[in-house]
Design a protein. Structure first.
Ligand code: PMP
Length: 401
C-alpha cells in the first residue's frame, strides 16, 4: 500500500499537454499548433546557423571547462543581455544601476523576480493582463504574490481594450507591480502602439506602479531587436525602476537550453548592488547556479559583431516567414469564402494568432482534422507552412460554417 496512494492524477498542462495529445495521434495529417516553437517550411525544428557556429567554437576551445558558474551566472552573458534590451548607450547601464542575473530561461527569470518582490517589495500584488500566458498566474502566486488582472484584450474588436487597461491600472493600488509583455503579446498578438505605450508609462509612473517586463519575443514581433525593445527603453529612459525577464528560447531558438536573465533597473548603483546580493539568496537554494552551455552560446554570439549580424539576419527570416504565414492563411480563408472578418490574422503580431475560435470549434478541429491548439483558440503561426495552410483553412472553414 503506497504512502502516495491518495495522490490524484493532475491534469496535463494546458499548453504542453497539447503536444502530448498530438504525439498520441497516429494520423499522418496531424498538425501541432499548440506550443510556440518555430518550425521551418518543412515543418522541422530549426537550429540557427549562427548557433551551430558558436557551439563549434565552444567545442574547439580546449581551455573551456565545466566548472560551476557563479550564483549569478556568466558575467559576460549578463552584461550583454542587459545591453541587448536596454541599448548600448543606456545611461542605466553606464551608471551601474542595473543588476542582471542569469536564470532558467524566461520562466525561471519571472519566478526569481517574483520571489524577490515577495520578500523585499512593499506591495505584494501583481497585475497581469487578461488574457495572458497561462503560466503567469501560477509562477507569481507560487512566488508569493497576489495575482490580479487588468483588462487587455477586447474580443469585439480583436484588438487592445485600451480604455479598460487605463481604467484598471488607474484604480490599482499605488505601488502595485504590473506585468507587461515587452512585445508580441501572448496569446493575443495584440500590442499597444508607441503612443499608447507612452500613455501607459505616464500613468504607471504617476501612480508609482512598478513595471515588470516579460520579454520572450524580442526580435520576433518586427524582425528587429531594437524596434521590439522600444517600449522597455521608454520606461528605462525616464529614470524610473523596473524589472525585466528575458528569454532566448524563441529569438535564438535555444528552447531546451533554458537560457534567460532577470534584470532589475534601480535608482542608484548602491541599491542595485544590494538588490543583487538578495537575488543570490533567492537563486542559491533554488538551483544553486545556472547552466553554462546556453549562456556561453549567447555570449559568443552577442560579443562578436559578425555573429551578431548573422543572428539578426536569421532572426528576421524567422519573423518574416511567420508574417508570410499570416497572409497565406488569411488569403486561404478569403478564397474559401469563410464567413466572418479574419483581418486580425494579418494585424496581430508575433508568434501567435488569437483566432477567436471557441472551445467547441477547437475541439471539432482536433477531432475531425487532427489539428492541435490551445483551447482558447490560439494557434502558433510559427508551426505552419505553405503545405499545411490549406488543411488548416479547410478545418477553420468547417468549424465556423
Ligand atoms: N513569457 C511568455 C509570454 C512566453 O510566451 C514564454 C514562452 N512560451 C515565456 C515567458 C517563457 O518561456 P521560456 O521559459 O521557455 O523562456
Amino acid at each position: 500500500n503506497s504512502v502516495f496512494a491518495h495522490v490524484v492524477k493532475a491534469p496535463e498542462d494546458p499548453i504542453l499537454g497539447v503536444t502530448v495529445a498530438y504525439n498520441n495521434d497516429p494520423s499522418p495529417v496531424k498538425l501541432n499548433l499548440g506550443v510556440g516553437a518555430y518550425r521551418t517550411e518543412e515543418g522541422k525544428p530549426l537550429v540557427l546557423n549562427v548557433v551551430r557556429r558558436a557551439e563549434q567554437q565552444l567545442v574547439n576551445d580546449r581551455s573551456r571547462v565545466k566548472e560551476y558558474l557563479p550564483i549569478t551566472g556568466l558575467a559576460e552573458f549578463n552584461k550583454l543581455s542587459a545591453k541587448l534590451m536596454f541599448g548600448a548607450d543606456s545611461p542605466a547601464i553606464k551608471e551601474n544601476r542595473v543588476t542582471t542575473v542569469q536564470c532558467l530561461s524566461g520562466t525561471g527569470s519571472l519566478r526569481v523576480g517574483g520571489e524577490f518582490l515577495a520578500r523585499h517589495y512593499h506591495e505584494r500584488t501583481i497585475y497581469i493582463p487578461q488574457p495572458t500566458w497561462g503560466n503567469h498566474p501560477k509562477i507569481f502566486s507560487l512566488a508569493g504574490l497576489s495575482v490580479k488582472t487588468y483588462r487587455y484584450y477586447d474580443p469585439a474588436t480583436r484588438g487592445l481594450n485600451f480604455q479598460g487597461l487605463l481604467e484598471d491600472l488607474g484604480s490599482a493600488p499605488s505601488g502595485a507591480v504590473v506585468l507587461l509583455h515587452a512585445c508580441a503579446h501572448n496569446p493575443t498578438g495584440v500590442d499597444p502602439t508607441i503612443q499608447q505605450w507612452e500613455k501607459i508609462r505616464q500613468l504607471m509612473r504617476s501612480k508609482r506602479l512598478l513595471p515588470f517586463f516579460d520579454s520572450a519575443y524580442q526580435g520576433f514581433a518586427s524582425g528587429n531587436l531594437d524596434t521590439d525593445a522600444k517600449p522597455v527603453r521608454m520606461f528605462v529612459a525616464d529614470g524610473g525602476e523596473c524589472l525585466l525577464a528575458q528569454s532566448y528560447a524563441k529569438n535564438m531558438g535555444l528552447y531546451g537550453e533554458r537560457v534567460g536573465a532577470l534584470s532589475i533597473v534601480c535608482n542608484t548603483a548602491d541599491v542595485a548592488n544590494r538588490v543583487e546580493s538578495q537575488l543570490k539568496l533567492v537563486t542559491r537554494p533554488m538551483f544553486s547556479n545556472p547552466p553554462i552551455h546556453g549562456a556561453s552560446i549567447v555570449a559568443t554570439i552577442l560579443r562578436d559583431r559578425n555573429m551578431y549580424d548573422e543572428w539578426t539576419v536569421e532572426l528576421k527570416a524567422m519573423a518574416e516567414r511567420i508574417i508570410s504565414m499570416r497572409q497565406k492563411l488569411f488569403d486561404a480563408l478569403q478564397t474559401r469564402g469563410t464567413p466572418g472578418d479574419w483581418s486580425h490574422i494579418i494585424k496581430q503580431i508575433g508568434m501567435f494568432t488569437f483566432t477567436g475560435l471557441n472551445k467547441e470549434q477547437v475541439a471539432f478541429m482536433t477531432k475531425e482534422y487532427h489539428i492541435y491548439m490551445t483551447s482558447d483558440g490560439r494557434i502558433s503561426m510559427a508551426g505552419l507552412s505553405s503545405k499545411t495552410i490549406p488543411h488548416l483553412a479547410d478545418a477553420m472553414h468547417a468549424a465556423v460554417t
